[in-house]
Structure formats: structure tokens, C-alpha cells
Design a protein around this ligand. Structure first.
Ligand SMILES: [Ca+2]
Length: 346
């Protein structure tokens, strides 16, 4: 707008009215902003649909669902956090440093020794390597030290109703969350987790909890939040159900030809065999059965590109978190912990 028009005698009645209206709208929106920001989710149209589904689909009491949605609070920090996960932005050489510090290895050894009997029993019952169970818990929460301090209901409601991009996924998780609270006789408002609603030592999202969490000490509650026995059994069960093979190799270093086929790189699908991959330019540096399936992986290491062949167990780790960097970090940490804890933990 032309400033001379506003300052001088040229200001007409219409313009003055316009200015009044603009100011009034600004004042009103400033007044309304904090109100809508702190409004409970009961007022949200999607929340109404959600409440209907919990009542008609699962027999929940309407007043109960409504009081939970009313208590759920939007947290802007949750939306900020989900927009920048570390494994998407960091190259391997930086990512690995986060998970391979001395402290994480040492505390992994300590966690193993403190939970020796449980890890042994979990490994025997589920046929999963104890070092990988320890490493998962180490990578996810630093052995239970950083389990997340958001109320799960706030995290899931915020992402269901105020993060349209992933709304369908998180609304489903919110549904699973209320179901698991009812099944496990827990108060939904009391359960804590990460900004994405991942819970306990192994950071299970609610759907994973309902499919894979186990009550490994048989006290009637699969307590992955505060009970290491249940947490260990649950991670072991998750790995068993996704096909972990005890004593099988996880990865093998690969050599590549100059014209290797990069269309199969980093796909996180077990489709090609070692024989097929060798025709495509990827050869294992150690002898492996030709019919074994593998995933060719490229990582940006501190000395340039590294190539690996991820075998079945590598694939299984990516079922926990769909990232080759994550799987590599878990595997490396598991091996370092095993080197130090192996004999002491027998
Ligand atoms: Ca239990």
C-alpha cells in the first residue's frame, strides 16, 4: 500500500474503513490463536470420527473416549521432531558415531551382565542372538535411559489430527493405543513414549506392542516401559517373528565392478541371490552359498563408499526400523558388545 496515501489528507473514508477492518481482523486472529492452539481434540472434526469408530467398532464408552481426547494436548515440538529423523539426513560416517561410542558399548556390556539370565532364556526360547537384543535396546533408548517423555496420547493425537501427511498411520496407532490400554488394564494418560508414540526400552509403536510384546515374567502385564524382562522378551519375540536365524551371518563386505547395477542398491528387499548379484557386479569378499539371498548396500564411510551384502538377518533388523544405516549401526554395536561381554555373559 502507498504510504503517502495513508499519511496525508488523501486518506478517504473508504480507506479508513478498510484500515479499521484489517486491524479488527488482526486483533481478532491474535485473540483466537492461543485459543485454537490449546483447544482440546474433542473439538476436532477428525477426532469426532475417531471417537465414533472406537465406540461402534470396539465397544468403547463414548464419554471415556471423549474425556481422553479432551485431555490430549497438541505439542508443536512433536511436529518439529518428526520432520527431521537422523537416519534420513546424516551420512553413514556421521550416523555411526552416534551409536558406536564407548559409553554405549560399555553400558551394553553392563546391561547384558545385569540381565544375563533373562537374555539367555530369551535367546533359547526365541532363537535370537542376545547381542542383537542388547544392541537394539542400546540404539533405541540407551538401555532404557531415554525412553521418551511425551504422553503417548499427546504424541498420537497431535500426529493424527495436526500432521496431515501421516494422519492415517497415526490415527491407526491411536486406535491400537486405546485398545492396548484396555487389554493391559493401563490408564492411557499415564503411558509415556517418544514424540512418535514409540514406547519403552525397545520403542514399540502401539501396533507392534499388540502384535509382539510379551509378558516374559508372567505377571499379567507386558510391561515394556519399566520391566527389563518383558522388554527383552518382547524384542526377542519381534525378531523371531520376523525371521531371525540364530548363528547365521548378518552381512558380508562386497567388491563391486566399475559397471555395477545401482538399480538394486539399498532396496531393503531380499530378492536377489548371491549368484544373481555377482552377475550384476556385486561379489562377496568371502565364500557364501550362491543361492543365499542378499541386499547390496552402499554406505558413505569415512574413507569413501563402502559396499556390503546384507543377508537375511540384516533384512530382519530393517524390519525393526526401515533404514540400512540403522541396521548397520545395530549390527556393529552388537558385535562390539559381544566382543567384550561374550565370555563374561555365558
Ligand atoms: Ca510382565
Amino acid at each position: 500500500m502507498n504510504s503517502t496515501l495513508m499519511n496525508g489528507t488523501l486518506m478517504t473514508k473508504d480507506l479508513m474503513n478498510l484500515r479499521f477492518i484489517v486491524s479488527a481482523v488482526l486483533v481478532l486472529s491474535v485473540l483466537l490463536l492461543p485459543l485454537s492452539g490449546s483447544a482440546d481434540y474433542l473439538m476436532h472434526p477428525d477426532a469426532k470420527v475417531f471417537a465414533d469408530r472406537m465406540v461402534s467398532g470396539h465397544g468403547f464408552d463414548r464419554a471415556e473416549v471423549e474425556s481422553l481426547l479432551k485431555a490430549a494436548t497438541k505439542q508443536q515440538s512433536i511436529i518439529d521432531a518428526i520432520s527431521r529423523p537422523a537416519e534420513k539426513v546424516k551420512p553413514w560416517k556421521d550416523y555411526r558415531k552416534i551409536f558406536n561410542q564407548e559409553k554405549r558399548i560399555d553400558q551394553g556390556v553392563q546391561f547384558w551382565l545385569e540381565n544375563r539370565e533373562t537374555l539367555k532364556r530369551a535367546s533359547q526360547e526365541y532363537n535370537v542372538a542376545p547381542e542383537v537384543i542388547v544392541a537394539i535396546i542400546g540404539v533405541e533408548t540407551f538401555y532404557g535411559r531415554i525412553k521418551g517423555n511425551y504422553r503417548v496420547i499427546d504424541a498420537l493425537a497431535t500426529l493424527s489430527f495436526d500432521y496431515p501427511k501421516r494422519s492415517a498411520f497415526f490415527t491407526k496407532q491411536l486406535e491400537h493405543f486405546l485398545l492396548l490400554s484396555r487389554e493391559q488394564k493401563q490408564a492411557p494418560l499415564s503411558l509415556k513414549g517418544s514424540y512418535a508414540g514409540a514406547m519403552g526400552y525397545g520403542q514399540f509403536i502401539p501396533s507392534s506392542y499388540r502384535s509382539f510384546a510379551v509378558d516374559f515374567d508372567h505377571d499379567g502385564f507386558a510391561d515394556i516401559w519399566n520391566n527389563t524382562t518383558d522388554a527383552i522378551g518382547s524384542v526377542a519375540n519381534y525378531f523371531a517373528r520376523h525371521g531371525w536365524e540364530l548363528d547365521a551371518q548378518v552381512i558380508s563386505r562386497a567388491r563391486v565392478t566399475s559397471d555395477y547395477d545401482d538399480s538394486v542398491l539399498n532396496k531393503l528387499k531380499l530378492e536377489k541371490t548371491i549368484d544373481e548379484l555377482s552377475v550384476m557386479g556385486f561379489t562377496s569378499t568371502e565364500p557364501l552359498p550362491g543361492e543365499l539371498k542378499a541386499i547390496p548396500v552402499r554406505l558413505e564411510g569415512s574413507r569413501g563408499a563402502e559396499f556390503w551384502l546384507g543377508l537375511n538377518n540384516f533384512y530382519v533388523i530393517t524390519r525393526y526400523n526401515h533404514s540400512r544405516l540403522y541396521a548397520m549401526a545395530v549390527h556393529n554395536l552388537s558385535q562390539k558388545i559381544l566382543e567384550r561381554a561374550g565370555e563374561a555373559a555365558e
